[in-house]
Design a protein around this ligand. Structure first.
Ligand code: ZN
Length: 348
């Protein structure tokens, strides 16, 4: 991946390239993105640039032997760790302690096809679907082993860790050790959706880089409306309409549908809903130009903006935050979404 292929966040591209050129890049970078925001593209472009044998003024060359291997994600010094879970495709012994290596072919295929993938798209691609992925202590041990080796070819060994917040405490402590005493010539690139869920000691060891969410136009260029968007939008719209109409009977099918989604999808929907309500709030506040409305959502969002009371928004956000934390603590999803629907109706 070259920087020139990345869509969006142009100012960030320039400042990262300047850091590389000025030798100011730290040994650990924490990239924060909105789910599906393209931080993987940035991580790969950075890794490729620092290892390029003929770096250009503003990018890697894209043609040297190192760039070639980086572009195919097969460079021997490029390593990945990401959340996984057991899958029926694994052997019995692999199932006991699943690690990223077992899923690498599917992972590479996903990243090459779409570096703007979401967490759920990763789980779909590696075949763990409705399970939530984790980064276990076995994975941390594997990371340690990989980084103990001398770089095979490159100047830098690159370790890309997708969603380090999915590490359990043992795994996180092992990573912290590595960050405290980094093996020579190692570049850590962490990609997080919730950096506040990382150990503060891990966060403080990393150079923070925050990606801005893609605009609607940029999202269209990287592959359009997410597959789930139409479905998510319809649930959001129906739920808000039923709340406004105070029609409890119309709320049932919506929260039942939500309760049947897997946990990750439930989380994604809650984040989608927060964003949807934020748009309604912006339109209601006369700031429609900031709401970045898609043609599919314009009519509904404007209609809601005219109808919700000013007190609705804060209560709705609190209800969604409550639902997100309930999902995180494995509360029965029927209870979670019944409660959410109830609170939205009361707030409307
Ligand atoms: Zn090159």
């Amino acid at each position: 991946m070259r920087f020139s292929e990345i869509i969006g966040n142009d100012a960030l591209k320039e400042s990262l390239i300047r850091m590389v050129r000025g030798n100011r890049l730290g040994h650990a970078i924490l990239l924060t993105e909105e789910n599906g925001g393209g931080a993987m593209a940035f991580a790969l472009a950075l890794a490729q640039l620092v290892n390029c044998r003929d770096p250009q003024e503003n990018d890697s060359c894209g043609v040297c032997a190192s760039c070639h291997k980086y572009q195919k994600l097969i460079h021997p010094d490029l390593h990945f760790a990401f959340p996984v879970s057991s899958s029926t495709a694994l052997s019995e012994s692999e199932k006991k302690a699943p690690i990223s290596d077992y899923f690498l072919p599917a992972f590479r295929e996903l990243v090459l096809a779409n570096p703007y993938f979401t967490e759920q798209q990763l789980y779909d691609a590696i075949g763990i679907e409705n399970k939530s992925g984790l980064i276990s202590v076995s994975e941390s041990r594997r990371i340690f082993e990989k980084l103990s080796l001398k770089a095979a070819e490159g100047t830098w060994k690159t370790m890309i860790i997708y969603l380090p917040e999915k590490m359990n405490l043992d795994a996180a402590n092992k990573l912290l050790k590595l960050l405290e005493e980094p093996p020579q010539g190692t570049l850590f690139l962490l990609i997080s959706h919730n950096p506040e869920r990382l150990l503060p000691t891990i966060r403080s060891r990393c150079q923070p880089v925050r990606l801005l969410p893609l605009s609607r136009e940029e999202r269209r260029r990287v592959g359009g409306d997410r597959q789930d968007d139409a479905e998510f939008r319809e649930i959001a719209r129906s739920l808000l309409q039923a709340s406004l109409d105070k029609r409890i009977i119309d709320l049932f099918p919506q929260w039942e549908m939500l309760a049947d989604l897997g946990r990750e999808k439930q989380r994604e929907w809650c984040l989608y809903m927060e964003n949807y309500i934020r748009k309604i709030y912006l339109v209601a506040s006369g700031l429609e130009s900031l709401a970045d409305l898609s043609p599919q959502e314009e009519a509904a969002v404007r209609g809601f903006a005219a109808k919700f009371k000013p007190s609705f928004y804060e209560k709705a956000f609190a209800a969604l935050e409550g639902a997100l934390s309930a999902i995180g603590s494995n509360v029965n999803p029927k209870l979670t979404f019944c409660d959410l629907a109830d609170r939205l109706l009361l707030a409307s």
